[in-house]
Write a protein of this length. Structure first.
Length: 154
């Protein structure tokens, strides 16, 4: 099966933009991004997900790394516009490089949804550290699993 590529662009000094297309309606993609039971089927090795999907609502996920270590991430939703847009803050519980602002936009044309995720890091050094740590490769694997889930659901 041929996979859609993940297009990764370093934007400005502190941001990363990731864009990927999915053969699925955006309502389905939005649901997969915001429903804990669906997140558990594609996002890393997800231990738990709690999402209060409203402006001002908090979210928290915990993933298990290959070495068995659990990593918590949390944040607050600043914008929630189903099924087209989410803006949220992000913090790691085991490391505090400062707040990351993540803007997710979903557009659809002819049954194909384009996922556009812009992550704005507090500094250029934080962005560089995450890129070197394999953030882009992990994202490719996550979105491949999301593609499989959407095909199964579609």
């Amino acid at each position: 099966m041929s996979r859609e590529p993940l297009h990764v662009t370093l934007t400005g000094e502190r941001a990363i933009r990731m864009v990927r297309r999915f053969q699925a309606p955006r309502e389905l993609v939005f649901a997969a991004l915001t429903t804990p039971a669906l997140l558990q089927r594609w996002y890393a090795e997800l231990v738990s997900a709690e999402l209060d999907l409203r402006v001002g609502g908090n979210w928290r996920i915990v993933t298990r790394r290959p070495d068995g270590r659990e990593i918590g991430q949390r944040g607050t939703y600043r914008e929630v516009e189903p099924p087209s847009r989410l803006v949220q803050t992000e913090h790691w519980e085991d490391w505090d490089p400062g707040e990351v602002l993540v803007t997710t936009t979903l557009t659809e044309a002819a049954g194909v949804t384009t996922l556009d995720v812009l992550s704005e890091f507090p500094t250029a050094d934080v962005r560089e550290l995450l890129v070197k740590a394999g953030m882009n490769d992990e994202s490719v694997a996550h979105y491949d699993r999301l593609e499989d889930l959407l095909a199964e659901m579609g």
